[in-house]
Design a protein around this ligand. Sequence first.
Ligand code: ATP
Ligand code: MG
Length: 266
Amino acid sequence: MPGKIAVRGITKTFAGVHGDIRALDPVYLTIPEGQFLCIVGPSGCGKTTLLRIIAGLEQPTDGEVDFSIAHDGKPLRSVVFQEQGIFPWMSVLQNTGFGLKVRGVGRRERDAEARRYLDMLGLTPFADAYPRQLSGGMRQRVNIARAFANDPAILLMDEPLASLDEQTKLLVQEDLLRLWDGSHKTVVYITHSLDEAIVLGDRVIVMTNRPGTIKTVVDIDLPRPRNVLDMQSNEAFFDIRSRIWTALREEVLTLRERETASDVSA
Ligand SMILES: Nc1ncnc2c1ncn2[C@@H]1O[C@H](COP(=O)(O)OP(=O)(O)OP(=O)(O)O)[C@@H](O)[C@H]1O
Ligand SMILES: [Mg+2]
């Protein structure tokens, strides 16, 4: 039977200096094994908090997350954040194989696996370079290569492309599509870009303002393999985008009103 991630009634309240901050209202969500799930929502609505709870980096106030996904000695989940991750003192090859090293995979096998991913991402000529010698886009590709080389059952990504320029972003989206098509990992992917969510995802979840909860779920039944540019001339793509934007727009407008009201009262 295919596995799943079951998010059951997760809530989160943070204790703040000026009182409690309710970040998440109950979130119920089932993510089938192999699905690419994208999450969009207004700034501060609790997306990162939800991802960190699924990653096991944060405890929920209520509720639980159950995993029934086989991972046979491989990691259950790995996280890719926007700014992070690669070690400045390690070469690109060492960075890419780092997760495998931690798992005790021998040098030869680890290097071969790391090189396979570097090759797929066009980074082979940079295998011996150090992060400081790379552009931001390349560094983020190394970050992604490392996440895939580590071969977790579940990949959790929090705006991994947010710091990239538009052209680099398109290229890395293509890389991600190619890597994912070859692996069919379960992915939870946060982005502020609706286009990115639709191009990459099987399903897009729109969250409400804080306290965040699920407002709308949209299935992306566009055929795969997908090509980033072709997708954007597809009529169904615009239709889906307008459905997502309609839901998100309401939340963004409410947030703006709230902020304006608090400015006026300040
Ligand atoms: N460790 C913490 N302590 C206190 N408050 C926190 C903590 N982490 C997050 N928050 C608060 O919880 C709310 C949700 O934050 P979160 O980072 O999950 O939002 P987000 O949807 O990821 O936002 P963005 O789109 O800007 O990345 C925010 O109001 C934030 O200030
Ligand atoms: Mg965030």
